[in-house]
Design a binder for this molecule. Sequence first.
Ligand code: C2E
Ligand code: MG
Ligand code: MG
Length: 710
Amino acid sequence: MKHIWRKLKSLFGAANAASDAAMIEALFATDIAGIAETDFRTGKFTRVNGRMCEMLWRSEKELLSLGPPDVQHPEDVARIMPDFIKSMSEKGRWESELRHVLPDGEIVWARINAMVIERDPSGAPLRGLGVLLDITEARRADGKVREQAEVLKVAQTIGRVGAIRRDIVAGLIHADASVREILALPEGDAPIRTEDWLAGILEEDRGRVAHAMRLAIENGDPGISLDYRTLCPRTGGLRYIELRARYHFGPDGKAVSSLGVAIDVTERRAAEQRLAHAAHHDSLTGLPNRSLFRVRLEEALARARRGVGFALLCLDLDRFKEVNDTLGHPIGDRLLVAAAARLRKVLRETDTLARLGGDEFAVIQTCLLEPQEAAALARRLIETLSAPFDIDGQEIVVGVSIGIALAPHDSGETESLLSAADMALYRAKSDGRGLWRYFEPAMNQRMQARRDLELDLRRGISESEFEIHYQPILDVDTRRVKTFEALLRWRHPTRGLLTPDLFIPLAEEIGLIVPLGDWVLRRACDDAARWPESIGLAVNFSPAQFQSRHLVARIAAALRESGLAAHRLEIEITENVLMRDKEATLAALRALKELGVRIAMDDFGSGSSSLSYLQVFPFDKVKIDRSFTCELDRPGNSNAIMKAVASLCGGLEMAVVAEGVETEGQFAALQREGCREAQGFLFSRPVASSELPALLRRLGERRALTVAAE
Ligand code: C2E
Ligand code: MG
Ligand code: MG
C-alpha cells in the first residue's frame, strides 16, 4: 500500500507541476487508484476511470450523472466541506480520508488527494482532479487494533493485570501504570531497580522468588512463572501476585530482558480458599470433614512409615439419635457443635479432630510413644462428653464410645486402618456404652464372618430356605397340648438346619427380621388354621418388629387372610421389646389385645428388671425362663423363685408357663409349685409341621391334626 502511495505521489508531483494534459491522460490510464475529474460549477463528475467505477460499484454512466457528495458519506461530507473549499481555493490541493457509500449501503474508506486543474480568470477553481485510494482494509485492521487495545485496557483494569518489562543487563524494571498500582511500585515513568521491586515482596516469599529467577536465567529457560505475596499499601492486607514473563536472549544466548504480565490474584485466591474450606470442612462444626480427614490420615500414615506412630480414634456419640428424635434437629445440631468444642479442648494442637458425619467424629493422635497414651486420651474424651450439656436451658446427657486403631501396628493403609478403628468402635458399642476398645485382629475375622452371614441371609430369604418348627406347650394337669410355639429354622444348603440364635441377632441388627418375621407369622397362621380349634399358636416377635410401621394392621391382615381366630394367636415378646420406645410399644400391645390376640412375656427372669415389666402391661401369660426350670428339683433347691413367680402371676391373673422342662422331676416340681403350663424336651423338641400329627399321637392325644402338603 505504501509503495503504491509513493508511486502516486510522484505522479501527482509531475501533474501538479505541469498541469499538463498528457500527464492527466496518463493518470486516467492507471488502475492503481480511482481517478475522477469534477466540474465545480455543476458539482458533477465529468470523467472517471475504470478503477473509480470498481471502487464505488457504479457504472461510468451512472457516476457521470453524480457528483462527489452523492457518493460520499453524508456525515463526512459535512465534516470535510469547509476545509475542502478553503484548501482548494487557497492552496489548490486538498487531502483527507473519508467514507464512500456503495449502492448496497456498504462503506468504502478512501484516501483522496485532490487538486485544482482549472481556475477562472479570478482564480476561483473550476475543475478539479481527485485520486482515490481504497484504504478500507487498512482502516478495518486499524479499527481492530484500536478495539483490541481498548479491550486489553478494560481487561487489564478488571483483571488487575499489568505489563512489565525487565532489563536484565541494567537491572531495571519498566512497568506500566497498572503494574505499578498492583505491585505497589512508585508512580511515574522512571524505571525501578530490581532490588527495590524485590524488597516489596513479602519476606517469606522473597528468597524463593529471587532464587527461582536466578535459576531460570542460569538454566536458559524460555520464561518464568512466579507467585508471591506483597502487602497492600492501602489496606495492609495480603496481596497475591502472579507474574509470568518470557525472556529475550542476546546473541550469546543469554537472557537480556523479559516481557511479562503481573496479575493481582488476591480475589481469586480468597475465593479459592473459601471454596477449598467449604469443600473440606463440615459447615456445622467447622471441623475438617471426611475428605480432608482422609488426606490428613494419609499424611500421618506416610510419617508412620518413617517410624512416627499414631493412633486413630473413631468416636460415636451414644444416645444422640434419641436427642435428635425427641428434642428436634436444631437442638441436635447445637449439641454437636458443643460436643465438638469440648473434644477440641482435650486435644493437642498437633492432633486432628474431624467430623465424619452424623454423630461420628475421629481423631488422629500424633507423636504416639506408647499405645497406652491412646487409651488415656480416649478416657479423657469419654469423660469430657459424659458431663451434661446445657443447650437452651435444657440439660442433655449423651456419651461417647471410642474405637482405637494404632498405626503402623494395626495397619499401614488408610482403608484398613479406618475399618480397624470402626470394628473396635463397634465392639465398644456392643460391650455397653461410654467405653473404648482397642482393635484386635480377631475382630476382623468376626466382622468378615458377619458380612458373609449377611449376604448368606439375604440369599437364604430369596431362596425360601426358611421353615417353621413347632414345639408343644402342655397343660400341666391334663398333659394335653394347649399351644404350639412357632420356632424359626434355616435349612442352609451347606451348614444344615440352623437354629435362630445363629442368625436372628444379625437379622435384627440389619432389619431383615421384619420381612422374615412377617413370613413366619403368615405361614404359622396358615398352618394353625388347620389345627383343632382348641390348639393355639404362639409366635415370637422381636423389638425391631415393634418399631416397624403398621405392625397391628399386618397382624390383623394375617389373621383375616388365614381365617385363624384372633384368640388362638399368642404373641411372645421379651422385655427388650418394652425397653425401646415404651409408649408406642404399649399402644401397639393394647391394640393387639383389642383385636383379641393374647400377649405373653417370654424368657421371664432372664433380664434385669423383669418384675417391674409385669406391672406396665396386663400380660395374658408369663413364660419363666429355662434357667429357673433347670434349677427345679435340684437337691437343696427350695424352688422358692418358681413358687413366688407362680403366686405373683396368679395374683395378677397371668398364666404361668415353665420353659425348658427336661425331666419328670422338674415336671413334678412344677405341678407342686402351681405352674399351669409346661414346655420342654421332656414332651417334644420342636418338629416340622408335617410331623405334628405323629407328635400328637405320641403324646397320647386323640385329637386329629391335618397339615398342609409341603
Ligand atoms: P424362645 O422363644 O424362648 O423359644 C424357646 C427356645 O428354647 C427354643 O429354642 C427351643 O428349642 C428351646 N427349648 C425348648 N425346650 C427346651 C428344653 O427343654 N431344653 C432346652 N435346652 N431348650 C429348649 P430355639 O428354637 O433355638 O429358639 C431360640 C429363640 O429364638 C427363641 O427363644 C426365640 O426367642 C427366638 N425365635 C425363634 N423363632 C423366632 C421367630 O420366628 N421370630 C423371632 N423374633 N424370634 C424367634
Ligand atoms: Mg418364645
Ligand atoms: Mg423363651
